[in-house]
Design a protein around this ligand. Structure first.
Ligand SMILES: [Zn+2]
Length: 335
């Protein structure tokens, strides 16, 4: 799928957000699912691309005074080490966002660890009645790290990548500004320790338009048989959710345990990763839930690793072992 070519002088803005969460059980005068988190800090590093690597040239940091979730959720308090009085020292979200966009300048490539920050940013823009169109390309540095480390296909935390590259840990994690600084250093290490042409090629096939909807899903009707449940969603996975054109098959559907994986191609919109999960409701009826996602690097690695598993173990899948730390990804809410 689309790409954003990188040339000398291009600017990367690696950013990170911290957000507060609604207090469980508390009544709000709006639907909290529209605002799962209210941003309380924006941190960013500006890097310039030149001659095969990036150089940090500026830092942005802004605390925000929340309007909706004014009391720190205990989990956020624990992770970010912020206090309720810290919150009152910030500026309003609209003001902070304007300052951030001024810092970005025109046409940078945004970068971040995982894609939850762009989603949360859009959500907050809507909650404050602002235009949620960001109008920039976004590069997820987490899967980029996984491609260029021995950690292929695994989701790791910022701290894991910092240790991997022996970046000195001089600042605490989980402040937006320090996490943005660490993520920027990870990006620099990826460039410095690999062939620039290879890094650029993965970046241009992985950067996506922030405003484009990438994921489409459906849930099929309930029925008595597994195969019938699967066939009820085959219409959805058979054609492009954007333009309606019939898909070409790049990777034939294969099933591991309760999930069916495939890779399709729309002649107009590019390649889609597809996963359909077979589920059972409380009455013992079967139904299927399907997701189609415009494929970027993480989806290509996922389908390749699932196919490898399928070729080796068939539909039974790899024997399940209690894995030591699949929880390493639990960077979660506070980016
Ligand atoms: Zn299409």
């Amino acid at each position: 799928m689309l790409s954003r070519m990188i040339k000398d002088g291009d600017i990367f803005i690696v950013f990170d957000l911290e957000w507060n969460q609604p207090i469980p059980g508390k009544e709000y005068d709006f639907d909290v699912s529209d605002l799962p988190g209210e941003i309380i800090e924006i941190g960013a590093v500006k890097l310039k691309y030149d001659n095969g690597t990036v150089f940090p040239i500026d830092v942005f940091s802004c605390d925000i005074k929340p309007e909706h979730y004014k009391v720190l959720h205990f989990h956020v308090k624990k992770v970010t080490h912020k206090s309720n009085s810290d919150l009152s020292r910030g500026v309003s979200f609209p003001d902070a966002y304007r300052r951030f966009r001024d810092f970005c300048g025109s046409d940078p490539i945004l970068g971040g660890w995982g894609n939850s920050d762009t989603d949360m940013l859009k959500c907050n823009l809507r909650a404050f009645g602002m235009d949620d169109k960001i109008g920039l390309y976004f590069l997820d540095i987490q899967p980029l790290f996984s491609v260029f480390s021995t950690e292929k296909g695994r989701q790791r935390s910022v701290e894991f990548a910092v240790d991997y590259y022996n970046v000195p840990k001089e600042e605490m994690f989980h402040s937006a500004t320090s996490d943005a600084k660490y993520t920027a250093l990870i990006l620099k290490n990826i460039f410095d320790r690999n062939k620039a042409s290879e890094v650029l090629s993965v970046i241009s096939s992985s950067s996506v338009n922030c405003d484009m909807k990438r994921e489409y899903s459906t849930v099929g009707a309930c029925c008595d048989r597994k195969n019938e449940a699967l066939s009820l969603v085959s219409g959805f996975t058979g054609k492009c959710p954007i333009c309606g054109e019939g898909f070409l098959i790049r990777e034939e559907p294969f099933r591991i345990r309760k999930s069916v994986y495939a890779l399709y191609k729309c002649p107009n919109d590019g390649e889609f990763f597809s996963r359909t999960r077979l589920k059972k409701n409380k009455d013992g009826k079967f139904y299927a839930a399907s997701v189609l996602r415009l494929a970027t690097q993480p989806e290509y690695y996922l389908i390749a690793s699932k196919k490898e598993e399928f070729d080796k173990y068939g539909s039974a899948g790899a024997p399940v072992v209690a894995e030591e730390s699949s929880q390493d990804t639990a960077d979660g809410g506070q980016g």
